[in-house]
Design a protein around this ligand. Structure first.
Ligand code: CA
Length: 225
């Protein structure tokens, strides 16, 4: 899951980025509104964390409006310094899905990000699953056939994205866009390597049906065939 932070305060942006990266999210930061807007419009993000007050010509509310005007449904969490009803309403009316008043505890931000990621898929709680494979997005526990699997952070992130998009064919470009951050130097070959690692852990050792499939010429699919 890839997250964009649009926040001009470097300290806050850095703290959020580090915290989210520890939770296995890929995170990019834009410190300026126009940067933030153009990044948001790429559509590569699964959640956008948007500061309401940004220096320059456009502020958070305008960015949210512009994102929605471009037909993007990416969940937006707006950060606001003021706890004024009018401010919250302006943010929500502009297309934000939720808001958080500064200062906030990182745990609350994390809980809200998780809720936004959960919303469209209507998954039960924090557990994603397919057949006898389960992934807990909070405890990071991954199990198949009751056995606990040890995944690296990137393997976990890849599996989480595949589980949230199960039965869909995902191209390597799509996986790169949602699992790695912008600074990561990722080649299509890297995706193949990680899919290989993941397959060795979630499929190879088990007698149950194969879950991770290569769709030749298109990409990969997690599902039961
Ligand atoms: Ca700000």
């Amino acid at each position: 899951m890839r997250i964009l932070i649009v926040e001009d305060e470097h300290k806050i942006a850095g703290a959020i980025k580090r915290g989210l990266e520890q939770e296995a999210y890929a995170v990019d930061v834009a410190y300026e509104a126009d940067d933030g807007l153009s990044s948001a419009l790429t559509g590569d993000y699964d959640v956008i964390i948007l500061d309401r007050m940004l220096p320059g010509l456009i502020e958070g509310v305008e960015i949210a409006k512009e994102v929605r005007a471009n037909g993007l449904h990416t969940p937006i969490l707006m950060l606001t310094a003021k706890d004024q009803i009018a401010d919250r309403v302006a943010g929500l009316n502009a297309g934000a899905d939720d808001y958080l008043v500064k200062p906030f505890a990182f745990e609350e931000l994390l809980a809200r990000v998780r809720a936004l990621l959960r919303r469209p898929q209507e998954h039960q709680g924090n557990t994603l699953g397919l057949d006898d494979l389960t992934l807990d997005t909070v405890s990071f526990e991954v199990k198949r056939a009751g056995r606990r699997l040890e995944l690296s952070q990137k393997e976990f992130a890849l599996l989480e994205y595949l589980l949230r998009n199960q039965n869909r064919v995902l191209s390597k470009d799509n996986l790169i866009a949602h699992v790695w951050d912008y600074d990561a130097d990722v080649l299509p070959n890297t995706v193949e390597v990680y899919v290989g690692y993941l397959r060795n852990k979630i499929d190879r050792p088990f007698s149950g049906p194969a879950l991770l499939h290569t769709v030749r010429g298109f990409g990969y699919k997690l599902g039961i065939e």
